[in-house]
Ligand binder design. Structure first.
Ligand SMILES: [Zn+2]
Length: 243
């Protein structure tokens, strides 16, 4: 059984494998923790506040098949969106420390892993889920939608295409992004958010956003499919990212 080290705080946790992993998962939107200081903290006024239910449990499931590292944000998206630039992420300055801790953990991981592995072998995967009724219709029918800022976050090789093709071969319908936006007539909100863009730019590491269909994998009725998804992601990483 693989040993993991965990650093848990109220607002953010990091899990690191006993053998340093080349892959880091980030889970920004599955937080539901009712903060102790809710009455003191102003909710966010702009942007989406819905929870990406299931992304933490699916990520946790991957760890049974592949020894990745993980950074998880536990606070509710009503108060903080870890996947936004600092000035858009929260209203209350009481959240500044939480935000800095989350991104500090990612930066520390990138800095340390770059010292021990070839940089092109590293991969950061940002985990999200989307509901059936999400307005961006391009996601209709897909199980997984990959986001790479139109391949700007893929700096070496083709891990996005390898991942997408592996999952397609296992029966998933996957949107694999190209260099051009999938749609030009409305904002392409699935093209990769703040974390994947920033880590690729600042640390020169490949990054990939995965959006998972919530109804198909993240509800109590689709938990079995979610468990299988964890296994398939783990198998894909074992094949392509090794140890
Ligand atoms: Zn999300």
């Amino acid at each position: 059984m693989e040993k993991f080290n965990t650093v848990c705080t109220d607002s953010v946790s990091s899990i690191t494998s006993s053998v340093p992993s080349r892959v880091l998962f980030t889970v920004p939107h599955d937080g539901a923790r009712p903060t102790k200081f809710a009455s003191l903290i102003s909710p966010r006024k702009n942007g989406i506040t819905r929870r990406d239910r299931g992304t933490w449990s699916i990520t946790r499931g991957v760890l049974r098949f592949f020894s990745a590292d993980v950074v998880v944000g536990h606070e509710s998206r009503k108060y903080i969106d870890y996947n936004r630039a600092c000035q858009e992420a929260f209203e209350s300055s009481l959240m500044a420390h939480t935000y800095a801790r989350y991104h500090g953990m990612i930066s520390r991981w990138a800095d340390q892993r770059r010292k021990i592995y070839p940089i092109e072998e590293l991969l950061v995967i940002d985990m999200h889920s989307f509901p059936k009724d999400r307005p961006e219709r391009m996601c209709d029918g897909y199980d997984l939608v990959l986001g790479t800022a139109h391949r700007k976050t893929i700096l070496y090789g083709q891990p996005d295409r390898a991942f997408g093709e592996f999952m397609r071969a296992r029966g998933y319908s996957v949107f694999i992004p190209d260099v051009k936006p999938a749609r030009t007539d409305e904002p392409d909100n699935f093209s990769g958010g703040y974390t994947v863009r920033t880590v690729a730019k600042d640390w020169h590491i490949n990054t990939l956003q995965i959006e998972i269909s919530e109804p198909k994998f993240c509800t109590p009725n689709s938990a079995l499919a979610g468990t299988k998804l964890s296994e398939d992601i783990g198998m894909c990483l074992s094949e392509y990212c090794g140890r």
